[in-house]
Design a protein around this ligand. Structure first.
Ligand code: C5P
Length: 227
């Protein structure tokens, strides 16, 4: 995988990150969940009482971007996301953050800042990055582009179970609403909307386990990189 780039894009809660994580372990390469970066900016804006400006005074919100430092630090061989020096990964997947993140991700200046960081990450060992615009914008020349989708019922149930396991107080309907809302906003924003690239491999994982998907993608990787 040395120097190779795999882009995994797709709809919300299709298991992109879990899949990317497993593949990166198999191939000993870097995994970046770009959604966590948009979530970190959102968390900052919520915690600092700035999220209320998202529509009323976007320029003010953008002016605060200089105060947001996002970096990945190595911890136990894996990269962990730090926001202004603090490991905040455990706070990123709450529904409070999920309900605002697509509004934050639609702001072009915020996207520009994060895309720059994504392109600067060391790719020498090979990188698997998951998100919404990885194959279309961040790495248009990626070696392999995947686009994941699944039925809304299956996606919502997976995310709901995850949140309940973490002790969150949410209903299945809250989760369905959030996933549909994010897909709609992510697909319809002006800057870097979620699209299925012409050269992306479309995977509907409604009836596929993560092991099925890993097996399938390993075969693609083997045939493209090692034959
Ligand atoms: O991947 P995840 O679902 O955690 O992403 C959260 C949100 O971040 C998405 O719904 C989308 O609004 C935004 N995002 C994005 N571009 C990316 C990754 C995530 O706009 N590359």
């Amino acid at each position: 995988m040395v120097g190779r780039i795999i882009a995994i894009d797709g709809h919300a809660s299709t298991g992109k990150s879990s899949l990317a994580k497993k593949l990166s372990n198999e191939f000993n390469c870097t995994h970046i969940n770009s959604g966590s970066m948009y979530r970190a900016v959102t968390l900052y804006m919520i915690n600092n009482n700035l999220i209320k400006y998202i529509k009323s005074d976007t320029n003010y919100l953008i002016s605060k971007l200089n105060d947001v430092k996002i970096e990945f630090r190595k911890d136990g061989g894996k990269l962990k996301l730090f926001l202004n020096g603090e490991n905040i990964e455990k706070d990123l997947n709450s529904l409070v953050v999920s309900n605002e993140v697509s509004n934050i991700a639609a702001v072009p200046e915020i996207r520009a800042k994060l895309v720059k960081l994504q392109r600067e990450i060391d790719r020498s060992n090979g990188i698997i990055m998951d998100g919404r615009d990885i194959g279309s914008v961040v790495f248009p020349n990626a070696d392999i582009k995947l686009f994941l989708t699944a039925s809304i019922e299956v996606r919502a149930k997976r995310r709901y179970d995850e949140l309940i396991k973490k002790g969150a107080n949410v209903t299945l309907n809250d989760v369905i609403y959030n996933i549909e809302d994010r897909d709609l906003k992510d697909s319809n924003r002006k800057t870097s909307p979620l699209i299925i690239d012409d050269d992306a491999i479309l995977i509907d994982n409604t009836n596929k386990t993560i092991s099925d998907q890993v097996r399938m993608i390993k075969e693609i990787i083997q045939s493209r990189f090692y034959n």
